[in-house]
Every structure is written in C-alpha cells, then in structure tokens.
Design a protein around this ligand. Structure first.
Ligand code: ZN
Length: 256
C-alpha cells in the first residue's frame, strides 16, 4: 500500500479526530526511539548486553539483585538524558486542549510526563523507570536519587525500613497489575477514537486494547514504523515515524 506524504497523512488524521473529544492515545517504544531510547527488542540494544533478571530471581538471591542493579545502573543514563520529542509534545498539546481522554503507554521512560501530560491521566502499563519503590513499605523514591547511591558504590540499595528497593517497573516474570489493566481496558471501551503511536501491538495483553476499542465502535488509527496485526481493520494507518506526522497534524487539530 502506498503511503501518503506527511502533510496528507497529518491532514487525514486531523480530519478523522477533529470532531471527537474522547481520544485514547496508546504509545509504544516507537515514539521513544526518536528520543534516543532504543526498542529493547531491537538488535544490539543496550538491553541485550545483560541477561534480564526475573522478579523471582530478584526476590530469591543477593547475587541476582546485584546483577539486576548493575544492569539498571548502566541503562539509567540513557533514560536520564532522553528528552521528549515532537510526538510526545503533540500528545501533551492534545491534552491541554481537552481532547485526550487518557494516555496508555507501554513505555517506562516517563517522557510523556516530562512532556507535560498529567500523570493522573497516564496509564503506564509497564510502570516507570523514573521512580523506585520499596518492596516492603511501598515508599517511592526518585530514581535519580538511587542512581547517585549506586554510583557512590551501593550495590543493592535498601529502603530506610530495610526493604529492597526496585524501580517501579514491571519485571520479567511479573504480570501487569490487575487494576491498571482493568482501567486501560475500560478506557479503551469508552473512547470515540483510539490512536496507536509507535507500537507494533505484539505484546499481550496490551495488544488487545485496539480491538476492544474498535469493537465498541471507536475510530482506530495506527501510526507505526512496522506493520501491526490491526492494520487491516484500522480506519487510518501510516507506516512512519511518529513525531513528524503528529507534529504536522497538531495545527489542524488545534485550529478546530
Ligand atoms: Zn521501605
């Protein structure tokens, strides 16, 4: 299928959602690659250098906890220096004008919040790297603070209560929290438009959400570099980078 140029794609997107107030935007790794954060499934990514530590291994042994934190310590600078890009900014603008119902993201980089989206309005399916949580008392500490401690020589940082600290992300071997999933499905079912940005929709159960929205009668749009299993049922689809298309669509949307 031939792809329209950016302006045409942006115009089509704006036309489709300009009359709609309840828009759910669903983002995946593709929106963050433009901010320098590599898709962890892609070849040669930083994530491939270390064998992931499962939650079960983390809980079971000091060695695994040390390996876990070593990996986190090395990966963190990539997150710390990443800045939101045009795609993140466009989604934040959509919220500012009252058009965004909710933002569902598979990303853990926290860039949507930095771009200006209200944290209350972001469903982070896989948690966030910007915060660390105590597994015992659930106290949250900024990840940057813990990074300083790691760089000062701590290997397995502990909470003041003595509990293990762990980034507030969903680990390998851990299932997504029921309440977060339930909210995401409910929002998907109650929107007028569901726009996928930078996700290939391959990771379950998140990948079921576009289908839920479409089935409930929502308009479905997909903006992603690669093909997705929903391409055939999408009302609008563009294979491309997220930032340029969203940025080009915003003037049309904000003008209506
Ligand atoms: Zn604690």
């Amino acid at each position: 299928m031939a792809q329209p140029d950016i302006q045409t794609a942006a115009r089509e997107l704006a036309d489709a959602i300009q009359a709609v107030d309840r828009i759910v935007v669903f983002t995946g790794a593709g929106i963050s690659t433009e901010s320098g954060i590599s898709d962890y499934r892609s070849q040669g990514g930083l994530w491939e250098r270390y064998k992931p530590v499962t939650i079960q291994e983390f809980l079971a042994g000091e060695d695994a906890r040390r390996r876990y934190w070593q990996r986190k310590k090395d990966i963190y600078p990539t997150f710390a220096k990443a800045k939101p890009n045009a795609g993140h900014r466009a989604i934040a603008a959509l919220e500012r004008v009252g058009r965004l119902q909710v933002l569902i993201t598979q990303n853990i980089d926290g860039l949507h919040e930095i771009a200006g989206n209200d944290p209350e309005n972001i469903i982070e399916l896989h948690g966030t790297e910007r915060w660390v949580k105590c597994l015992a008392c659930e106290k949250r500490i900024p990840r940057a603070e813990v990074q300083e401690r790691l760089e000062a020589g701590e290997e397995v940082p502990l909470c003041k209560c003595g509990g293990w600290l762990k980034p507030a992300t969903i680990s390998f071997g851990q299932s997504l929290p029921e309440d977060i999933l339930a909210r995401a499905f409910e929002e998907s079912e109650n929107c007028e438009a569901f726009l996928v940005v930078g996700s290939s929709l391959l990771v379950q159960p998140a990948a079921l959400m576009p289908g839920v929205a479409k089935h409930a009668g929502a308009w479905l749009g997909i903006l992603n570099r690669d093909e997705t299993p929903f391409d055939d049922v999408a009302d609008w689809r563009v294979n491309g980078e997220a930032g340029p298309v969203l940025e080009a669509a915003m003037p049309y949307l904000l003008a209506t």
